[in-house]
Design a binder for this molecule. Structure first.
Ligand SMILES: [Zn+2]
Length: 521
């Protein structure tokens, strides 16, 4: 059974309705590693709905957290905002909004593009609306017990003057420089390092609970029943352990079912993290990967398995793999799905589908071919024309054309920003003189041989490929030499795209003309 169906079955058994919570602090560009959280939540949510479980997906934006430091991508003037809630700092862009909105907006747009439609709850609003008032009151009333649990479960000593509330100072605006010292329901008395003394009302956004209490408090008021989170929170004595004991023994509710996910590593660079700068932003990832392929990356891997992401050639392999799953879904019509391949495909789709009916297999061009063709033609019409010839396609459906157009823009972005150097090329209009002068005798003989074979064969990738191999071998020429000869006169390099396919995308006459120029004929 697919991992999401296993979790969904457990949710169904435990009754309902279910509330699946995901969340993130919008302190900077939200990277693709963070996307695993909301994608995991959505995939479980879809699986639950397929089992007719009453399920709702939430996205809790921790915009009431303080800015921790002046990140490298910020101007130095942001030092005056360190310690203030992200929802109360001006945007680093020119959108006139807040800091939190600036980073949340593109992330939420990406989420929509992935077919995820969560209810978005910014924590600044939840505090302002008094959602936290009841759990905060209970926790403050029971602060000795809270302290005992945090100390015992996490094994960390708390400061003598620790008080489970972070007031926001109305004078300096910081939420991380106040010390609360007393509690007169509903007010928390505090002093700030700036000298201000005041009282914070827990029924509004005068302050917030510290993280290890904020988490069980939100489980309490929202009624969270399932939550995916990163393995850092799952460590023994970590925040899931402390929050679970706090909600059970003080707030008297059950903690949500946990879905612990592993990090996404950037190949060769380690775990992605905003602070280390090792990131591919979620927005970039969606500009170079079709949304169903990004969903697929998360759906096909158990949450507990780490994912090695290679934004270079790895993207091409990933799209190819998705295409194989799609082909299998439509072509293997048996009910069996021993490897969960069909289920993985269904859960990867942006628009919810349950079976083959009402949908159709989309004609796919091998992604590598698209990488070559995108560099040869500049517009969709020419691309379609070339595909009709090279792939033997008679006509495209509207959905195929839409996908083709989207994939082409992904390839464009990838070539521009992430493709390894060797993949990009520029085609010569004709081989330049210095290139011709450098052709060695064996390269010239290979081209001469090809001048005899190419005019008479069928002009498609396979025939060209065969002609190059057989034509070379029959004349005792190493086919590698022939390949090199073509790449030199077409691209000015030793290597290039698959030659049979590459030549088939061009007019035969044009290829022959270039060979003649190279041979000086
Ligand atoms: Zn202050």
């Amino acid at each position: 059974m697919h991992w999401a169906d296993v979790i969904a079955s457990r949710l169904k058994e435990s009754g309902g309705p279910h509330r699946i919570a995901t969340g993130i602090t919008p302190s900077g560009h939200i990277h693709v590693g963070n996307m695993r959280e909301i994608l995991t939540g959505d995939i479980v949510h879809r699986a639950a709905r397929d089992l007719e479980v009453d399920s709702t997906l939430y996205y809790l934006a921790d915009d009431f957290d303080p800015l921790r430091k002046v990140y490298p991508f910020l101007l130095e003037e942001y030092s005056q905002h360190v310690g203030k809630p992200l929802s109360e700092i001006p945007s680093p862009g020119d959108d006139g909004g807040t800091y939190a909105q600036y980073f949340l907006k593109p992330f939420l747009e990406s989420v929509e593009e992935l077919g995820i439609h969560p209810i978005v709850l910014p924590s600044s609003e939840s505090y302002r609306e008094g959602k936290y008032a009841e759990p905060a009151r209970i926790l403050l009333d029971n602060r000795d017990k809270v302290r005992e649990i945090l100390t015992r479960v996490s094994g960390r000593e708390l400061k003598k003057d620790w008080f489970p509330y972070n007031a926001k100072c109305p004078s300096c605006g910081r939420i991380d420089s106040t010390t609360a010292y007393d509690w007169e329901e509903p007010l928390v008395l505090f002093k700030c390092k700036c000298g201000h003394e005041g009282k914070a009302d827990i029924r509004t956004d005068d302050g917030k609970l510290p993280w290890r209490l904020d988490w069980p408090a939100r489980w309490f008021w929202l009624g969270v029943t399932c939550e995916p989170f990163g393995k850092d929170h799952a460590a023994s004595g970590g925040s899931y352990d402390t929050s679970s004991e706090i909600i059970r023994s003080i707030l008297e509710k059950e903690p949500p079912m946990s879905v612990v996910y592993e990090w996404i590593q950037l190949k060769g660079k380690g775990a992605m993290s905003s602070s280390s700068g090792v990131v591919v932003s979620g927005v970039d990832m969606l500009k170079m990967t079709p949304p169903e392929v990004l969903r697929f990356l998360i759906a096909k891997n158990q949450p507990g398995r780490h994912i090695d992401m290679d934004p270079g050639l790895g993207i091409l392999n990933l799209v190819d793999e998705f295409d194989r799953y799609e082909k299998n879904f439509f072509e293997d019509t048996s009910e069996e799905d021993p490897d969960d391949k069909k289920r993985t495909y269904v859960l990867s789709m942006v628009n919810d589908i349950k079976d083959r009916s009402g949908t159709e297999q989309i004609m796919n061009v091998p992604y590598r071919h698209l990488v070559t063709l995108t560099q040869l033609v500049s517009d969709m019409d020419h691309l379609v024309e070339k595909l009709k010839r090279t792939e033997g396609i008679d006509k495209f459906t509207k959905r195929s054309l839409d996908r083709l157009s989207h994939r082409r823009s992904c390839v464009d972005f990838w070539l521009e920003n992430y493709a390894p150097e060797g993949v990009r090329f520029t085609l010569y209009d004709e081989p330049p003189k210095e290139e011709i002068d450098n052709l060695t005798d064996d390269l010239l003989s290979a081209l001469k041989a090809m001048m005899q074979d190419l005019p008479s064969i069928e002009w498609n990738a396979e025939s060209i490929h065969n002609a190059i191999y057989e034509g070379s071998r029959s004349r005792d020429i190493n086919p590698k030499v022939t390949f090199k000869a073509f790449y030199r006169i077409l691209l000015g390099r030793d290597r290039g795209p698959r030659l049979g396919f590459f030549l088939s995308t061009m007019d035969r006459d044009d290829v022959l003309r270039k060979i003649r120029i190279a041979l000086g004929e």
